[in-house]
Design a protein around this ligand. Sequence first.
Ligand code: ADP
Ligand code: MG
Length: 296
Amino acid sequence: MAAIELQGVVKRFGPITAVNGLDLDVPEGICLGLLGPNGAGKSTTMRLLTGQAIADEGKLRVLGFDLPKESKPARAAMGVVPQLDNLDVDVTVEDNLAVYARLYRVADVGAAVDRALQIARLTDRRDAEVDKLSGGMRRRLLLARGLVHDPDLILLDEPTVGLDPQIRTELWTLIGDLRARGTTILMSTHYIEEAERLADEVAVMHKGRIISRGRPADLIAEHAGRQTAEVYAPPQRLAELRTAAEAAGLRVRPAGPAIAIVGSERADNGVIPEDAVVRAATLEDVFVLLTGEEAE
Ligand SMILES: Nc1ncnc2c1ncn2[C@@H]1O[C@H](COP(=O)(O)OP(=O)(O)O)[C@@H](O)[C@H]1O
Ligand SMILES: [Mg+2]
């Protein structure tokens, strides 16, 4: 049984179709990265999975429960980590976790709290008040709180958006630990590096549906090839190079002030200029080619 099975899911908000015929299955034990630009429909998908929004069409099954009919037991079996910090700042780290453990009717609250503290590497801060914690510790506590009932599935909606790089790295370590334990994770992100580092498989979401899916290395091989040549030059010359490369059957994407000629290993002599910087193809190349959006 897959942890998540979505078929033909549609969610509209008035004239906007946020999710537009979404098919997605997440097998047990993997970390699936839902990678898409802002507005792709990632958060709406997450809200459908938690029962905070009801689909207009399609079939949704989560951990064997049919949504929306069985959203209550489904919700109890999954862990959700919110994007915004809504910790209780007046009580200790430990009490924040204990309240949730009781809410989820965990049998042994003490053991559940200990386990969550350990995963979040906060055991030595258990008696600290939340407002005495660093930003990174707070984010780790938020994650721990979502894990306190030992869920079979964890939903992470843009877990590091807007965080400073050091905190992001701390969270990546923890998410990597969860992944190594075999917890099923659905993580949405618009950060390519986040998907590339943490996800076993990436589903690229654009305009409410999945446009490509696979292991990062396979997506790169399929859509980009082996190498990408970046050229920095004045706009006029870039335009000429682009035309020549496209005429030679190569795909070209903008890359900030440069252009990136994708699949440059297939280029005939003379198409890639001498001053190009040739590098290995990346998931960013794939993302930009597929979505037409510049990466962040
Ligand atoms: N409650 C809502 N009411 C109206 N439009 C919404 C609502 N939630 C999301 N949308 C729209 O649906 C689209 C997808 O949004 P969202 O799922 O938040 O995308 P993402 O999380 O990938 O950035 C966007 O165009 C957004 O403006
Ligand atoms: Mg979102």
